[in-house]
Design a protein around this ligand. Structure first.
Ligand code: GDP
Ligand code: MG
Length: 391
């Protein structure tokens, strides 16, 4: 049997517009076809908790799964606005595409706007719109208006608003009558849109090679070996690679790929490996640098980011920070100190806030939009962030 392509999606949008109801409705409709396990609204909304990559931020989400003929979907639904923000900034549940809900009664609201903006900043590549609660609106002109507002808002934040698929539906009806085509039709349309509008995601192995160095070892008679987990891509003996970050870049060749004392033909994303490097001395390379396919990523000092300051309860600061704040920024395997500039009208950042900032690092680090980091003070994590723009 051919394995179905796996795709990560989730519901976003203003509170009470029907995200959880729609999530339960998708399960109910697909359960009728044997392609999901039905869950009640209460079970979906109860959810569970996940930790982000740095294992510091706890996010309440509901993870559900369903299938279509072509695909397997993992879908996240968060209960509260703050959980969406944290989720998107920390990448606790990265989405290949999002389902943006807007109620036909209210149209886009402040959280609708904020979720679109964040989705754009953290690199959610595709959005499908579901105008919900159409059963409560008799005048089709009003629904046209809501659809237009949603398209305009998407365009404003850099999505192709005029081209996105907009589905009109009634999630509550579909949840209550999943086997009645009159009600399940909107769910079928939505799933067809997900199948076609969200392209098959790039798998990590298809991306350019990148490994964050965790250790450096000198092997008698052989040379310098760096160890770490391959974050993305593939590496083979004989490949040209670059050592990047913290110091001047070095171009070299990986002469052997090894794991558990065995020589590998190829190392691929997810594996822990050791790489033997040609003519590189032990003191020319260190933890915190990355080894990457030449030209695929650049070391940088300055960038823009979206950050979330942990609350006191989450182990964060007890007091706000201000313009010029100088913590350490933890990228992959190391801390680098840097300056924080607040942008716009922000004057201070309280624990629990999420804001846009400009960061200037003391040393360059290989990063690009979408790279995630932790903010630390003396080894304690006080925040989480994602790079949104590089200079
Ligand atoms: P969330 O905060 O976005 O997750 O919204 P919920 O899914 O919790 O829905 C909020 C309220 O709207 C609940 O009382 C739902 O029953 C109701 N609701 C959701 N979808 C529809 C719909 O299509 N039609 C109607 N009439 N009510 C709906
Ligand atoms: Mg909800």
């Amino acid at each position: 049997m051919v394995q179905k392509v796996h795709v990560n999606v989730g519901t976003i949008g203003h509170i009470d517009h029907g995200k959880t109801t729609l999530t339960a409705a998708i399960l109910a409709v697909q359960a009728c076809r044997g392609m999901a396990q039905a869950k009640s609204y209460a079970d979906v909304s109860k959810g569970g908790t996940v930790r982000d990559e740095t294992k510091t931020v706890t996010i309440i989400t509901s993870h559900v799964e369903y299938e279509t003929e072509r695909r397997h979907y993992a879908h996240v639904d968060c209960p509260g606005h703050a959980d969406y923000i944290k989720n998107m900034i920390t990448g606790a549940a990265q989405m290949d595409g999002a389902i943006l809900l807007t109620s036909a009664v209210d149209g886009p609201m402040p959280q609708t706007r904020e979720h679109i903006l964040l989705a754009r900043q953290v690199g959610v590549p595709h959005i499908v719109v579901f105008v919900n609660k159409c059963d409560l609106v008799d005048d089709p002109d009003i629904i046209d208006l809501v659809e237009m507002e949603a398209r305009d808002l998407l365009t404003k934040y850099g999505y192709k608003g005029s081209q996105v698929t907009v589905i009109r539906g009634n999630a509550k009806g579909a949840l209550e009558h999943p086997d009645d085509p009159q009600f399940s039709g909107c769910i079928e349309e939505l799933l067809a849109a997900l199948d076609t509008e969200i392209p098959d995601p790039y798998r990590d192995v298809d991306k350019p090679f990148l490994l964050a160095i965790e250790g450096v070892h000198q092997i008698e008679g052989r040379g310098t070996v760096v160890t770490g987990r391959i974050e993305q891509g593939l590496v083979r003996a004989g490949d040209d690679v670059e050592i990047l970050g913290l110091a001047e870049p070095i171009r070299t060749v990986c002469t052997s790929v090894e794991a558990f004392r065995q020589v590998l033909d190829v190392g691929s994303a997810g594996q822990n490996v050791g790489l033997l490097l040609r003519r590189v001395k032990q003191d020319q390379v260190c933890r915190g640098q990355v080894i990457a396919a030449p030209g695929s990523i650049l070391p940088r000092r300055k960038f823009q980011a979206e950050i979330y300051a942990l609350t006191k309860e989450e182990g964060g600061r007890h007091s706000p920070f201000f313009n010029g704040y100088r913590p350490q920024f933890y990228f992959r395997t190391t801390d680098v100190t840097g300056d924080t500039k607040l942008v716009g009208k922000t004057e201070m950042v309280l624990p629990g806030d999420s804001v846009s900032v400009r960061i200037g690092l003391d040393k360059p680090v290989a990063l690009e939009p979408g790279t995630r980091f932790a903010i630390r003070e003396g080894g304690r994590t006080v925040g989480s962030g994602v790079v949104t723009e590089v200079d």
